[in-house]
Design a protein around this ligand. Sequence first.
Ligand SMILES: Cc1ncc(COP(=O)(O)O)c(C=O)c1O
Ligand SMILES: N[C@@H](CCOP(=O)(O)O)C(=O)O
Length: 469
Amino acid sequence: MRYVSTRGSAPALDFEGATLAGLASDGGLYVPAAWPSFSTDEIAAMAGLSYADTAVAVMAPFVGDALTREELRALCVEAYGRFDHAAVTPLVQLDERNWLLELFHGPTLAFKDVALQLLGLLFERFLSTRDTHLTVIGATSGDTGSAAIDALAGRAKVDIFMLHPAGRVSDVQRRQMTTVLSPNVHNIAIDGSFDDAQAMVKAMFAHQSFAGRFQLSAVNSINWARLMAQIVYYFYAAVRLGAPGRPVAFSVPTGNFGDVFAGYVASRMGLPIAKLLVATNVNDILHRALSSGDYSVGTVTPTAAPSMDIQVSSNFERLLFDLHGRDGIALAGTMHGFEQSKRLAIPQAMVGEAAGLFASARIDPDGMALAMRKAWQTSGQLLDPHTAIGLAAAHAADLPADVPVVTLATAHPAKFRDAVERGTGQRPILPLRIGDLFDREERFDTVPATLDSVETYIAERAVPIAVGA
Ligand SMILES: Cc1ncc(COP(=O)(O)O)c(C=O)c1O
Ligand SMILES: N[C@@H](CCOP(=O)(O)O)C(=O)O
């Protein structure tokens, strides 16, 4: 499998190259040169497979010959062996048509573990045959950071530098990052939003005199391998609910458009998805884009669902690439214009094309709190704020009555104890695996939110590319 950049001019890479590179050198994102697809018989054959075996079946076409099937299986068994539920991502029925897909049974209690546990192992495997030290730089609104740090802490040949917006992540999220004291983990708090942190990460990749000194890589969903691993649970859930014989809808709480883009890929691969509901909070750029074509950046409003307090949704570029007929050079022009003006008017023909699969909803704080309360009172389920936004969008959706709707439960309610308590009167208990989180020592540095300051901080600590390498 070859990977091409959404901006058309970076060199095409194989799976290993795209995984280690993270971001394409022309500022674009890597996508497979063509979408692989499964026949209905191949999808039907996934019924009854374990999560790890489903993962192998779904990911093998993307991995190509970078790993043998046995090697890929060994990595999946190891990655998903760290989840505390035998089904890895269990389905929970709420009522006749609504289901939750619990994606928070991994080590850091959010859906990010599903991909990052595997990505940590992929990095280790690919680095084992190279004389390379990886400098991973990432931005987090709370969950990617802790999952990536858990996956990479203590691994040889990798340092991770994780930027988070100071004061804008929950106390559990912050501590899950800052209490990991491995020497290869570097937590950086910046005074700004997640978007500011994400923009700095992209700027570092683009800044030749900095990027040329280190072997940079990414753990955000700009890295294709992240999304690839997230495609798996769409197949796993849909097959359990009757696919390929019955279409299924998914409601996805959305920020960076990564998780829902993985659903889009599942649909391109042949999974019968009736609708993908893109659920946003009041930071609603994606709802505006998909409902009216208005992809223009507003100011970020901090909310009780901080992991979705995002305006610039990196992976939307991957959808735009397909909507532009995969013309990377044309899209590069569009994206450069967007980067300058912070506005993009998506042509109505493209909005119409996207509407075949996507619908969207903007859920305000009252709508979120109502969904949280209702789930507690009617089903005894505590939902984190992000999942509550997804479920509110599922309730609001106009779908045929016989289509099951699966809301992705993206985080454990204990990660957002204050918001859940405000919504339901119940304070979720920290699961055993992080029960002592508030007794652990914290370590992080606060760095001014300028590119120069962050680059200097990293350069003083990262391992440079060896001279002559
Ligand atoms: C708990 C939670 N829900 C939803 C999202 C949004 O996911 P995505 O950025 O893939 O759209 C995030 C952050 O990414 C998250 O941490
Ligand atoms: N909500 C995310 C933001 C980064 O998203 P990613 O999926 O691109 O890594 C977070 O929790 O950090």
